[in-house]
Design a protein around this ligand. Structure first.
Ligand SMILES: C[S@@+](CC[C@H](N)C(=O)[O-])C[C@H]1O[C@@H](n2cnc3c(N)ncnc32)[C@H](O)[C@@H]1O
Length: 195
C-alpha cells in the first residue's frame, strides 16, 4: 500500500510518524526475519485476518477474538496498539511462555510493570524496525524504538542465541526480592503518570 493511500492522496507524509498517526490500524506486521530468528511459535493470538506468511503454527484473528480464547504453547505476541496493549501483555505474563514485540515506552506505567517487574528479559533492538503491511510489503521506519519481552527461560535463551542486533537485559531476582525501587509515594505517582 502506498503511503498516499494511508494518509489521503493529497497529503504526503514526511515521517513514518505521520503514517502511524493517520492510519488508525493495528495492521503492522512483524518483520519476518525476527520470527525466523526466534524459532517456531505455537500460537499467534493477535494475527491479521489476511496474513502474507505464518507467524506461528496456529493463529487467532480479530474475528475469533484471540484475547479471550485459551492460549497454548509458545506464544508470539505483537499485540494491538493503544490501551489494549497492557492487557494483552498481562495475559502473556500469566501464560508464562512467549515473546512480545512492543514499543519501548519507557516512562509509562505499564511498560515499567511488564518490562522491569514481570518479564524474564527485555531485548532492545539496536535500530528502529520497519514493520510490514498485510500485503507483504515493507513499511517505512517506525517512529519509536521497539523491544522484545521474554516470558520463560526458553524464550530468554531463544533471544540470546539469535542473531538479532541489540541489547538483552535479563531480570536478576535476588532472593525473590523486588529489584525495582518503590518510592513511598509511588501510588500517587502511578495515578498521575498515565500510561
Ligand atoms: C500489530 S499487528 C501484529 C500482527 C501479527 N501478530 C504479527 O506479529 O505480525 C496486531 C494484530 O492484532 C489483530 N487483532 C486486533 N484485535 C484482535 C483480537 N481481539 N483478536 C485477535 N487479533 C486481533 C489485528 O488485526 C492485527 O493484525
Amino acid at each position: 500500500m502506498a503511503n498516499s493511500e494511508i494518509v489521503g492522496a493529497t497529503q504526503k507524509p514526511r515521517w513514518q510518524h505521520d503514517i502511524w498517526k493517520n492510519r488508525k490500524s493495528d495492521e503492522w506486521l512483524t518483520p519476518p526475519y525476527i520470527l525466523h530468528e526466534l524459532g517456531q511459535f505455537d500460537l499467534d493470538p493477535a494475527a491479521p485476518l489476511d496474513r502474507p506468511w505464518d507467524m506461528a503454527s496456529k493463529h487467532y484473528t480479530k474475528s475469533d477474538d484471540g484475547f479471550v480464547l485459551p492460549w497454548v504453547g509458545r506464544v508470539w505476541l505483537n499485540p494491538p496498539y493503544g490501551r489494549a496493549t497492557a492487557a494483552w501483555l498481562s495475559k502473556l505474563y500469566e501464560h508464562g511462555n512467549g515473546v512480545a514485540l512492543i514499543f519501548a515506552r519507557l516512562g509509562s506505567i505499564w511498560f515499567y510493570d511488564m518490562a522491569w517487574r514481570k518479564a524474564d528479559a527485555v531485548f532492545f533492538f539496536k535500530r528502529r524496525l520497519r514493520f510490514f503491511l498485510p500485503d507483504g510489503t515493507e513499511g517505512g521506519w517506525s517512529f519509536a524504538p521497539s523491544c522484545l519481552l521474554a516470558f520463560g527461560d526458553n524464550n530468554v535463551s531463544a533471544i540470546e542465541s539469535s542473531s538479532l542486533d541489540g541489547k538483552l537485559l535479563k531480570r536478576v531476582a535476588q532472593n525473590n526480592k523486588e529489584t525495582c525501587h518503590t518510592a513511598p509515594n509511588s501510588a500517587k505517582q502511578a495515578g498521575t503518570l498515565g500510561g
